[in-house]
Design a protein around this ligand. Structure first.
Ligand code: CA
Length: 222
């Protein structure tokens, strides 16, 4: 169960959010100041939700500390879509941000996505005999390890995290771009998908894990 630190001084947000996160299966603890955030950050949290305007300082400084001292993924709760804030936040290494007022469900989906991306979700995904331990970044099939390159692994996670959804090539390129940090073109994507299928499918010519959806893209799972 992921443990979320809420750093927010608006009591109404804290109350609603804490309740909602607990209902979604998270552990959630809230603090309302910079000093309390830093005091408690070492208590085994997996992710921090960070307000920017706090009574004894601002969230930007807390973010740096949380990242450097506690290796804690951060999602900013921003009061406005102030572009400067957003850019600053992301430059400080925050994983994401969401503007208030936000829909709790939208925030939870961002939280899940960040936890997966940062390997804090600690989950094991199994499909068609394939087993992916996202905490150890270990992929096995029939008990044997399948060595994947960083990009192949990232691509596989994108597929697994979107089970049941059709992923267009454009969407895949967007996700892979994030991971690679440099340009991945359409042909390269084709090559990566082929390599990945060669490694994880029993019969790459008749894939059962990464399915082709003609004219639309790809899909994993039913
Ligand atoms: Ca505030």
């Amino acid at each position: 169960m992921a443990k979320i630190l809420i750093v927010e001084d608006d009591r109404s947000i804290v109350t609603n959010l804490t309740e909602f996160l607990k209902g979604e299966g998270f552990e959630a603890e809230a603090v309302g100041s910079v000093s309390d955030a830093l005091y408690r950050a070492g208590e085994g949290f997996d992710l921090a939700l960070l307000d920017i305007g706090l009574p004894d300082g601002n969230g930007f400084s807390v973010c740096s500390e949380l990242k450097s001292r506690f290796d804690l993924p951060v999602i900013f709760l921003t009061a406005s879509s102030d572009e400067f804030s957003v850019v600053t936040g992301l430059e400080l290494g925050a994983e994401d941000y969401i503007a208030k007022p936000f829909r709790p469900r939208e925030l939870v989906s961002r939280i899940r996505s960040v936890l997966r991306r940062t390997g804090k979700a600690g989950s094991v995904i199994e499909l068609e005999g394939l087993r992916v331990d996202t905490e150890k970044a270990l992929v096995t099939k029939g008990g044997r390890e399948i060595p994947l390159s960083a990009l192949e692994y990232k691509l596989l996670l994108v597929f697994l995290n979107n089970r049941g959804l059709v992923l267009s090539r454009a969407k895949l390129l967007e996700e892979i771009w994030d991971a690679a940090g440099d340009f991945v073109n359409d042909n390269t994507l084709t090559v990566y998908i082929k390599r990945l299928r060669d490694k994880i499918e029993d019969d790459p010519a008749e894939p059962r894990i990464i399915l082709t959806v003609r004219g639309l893209g790809y899909k994993v799972g039913p």
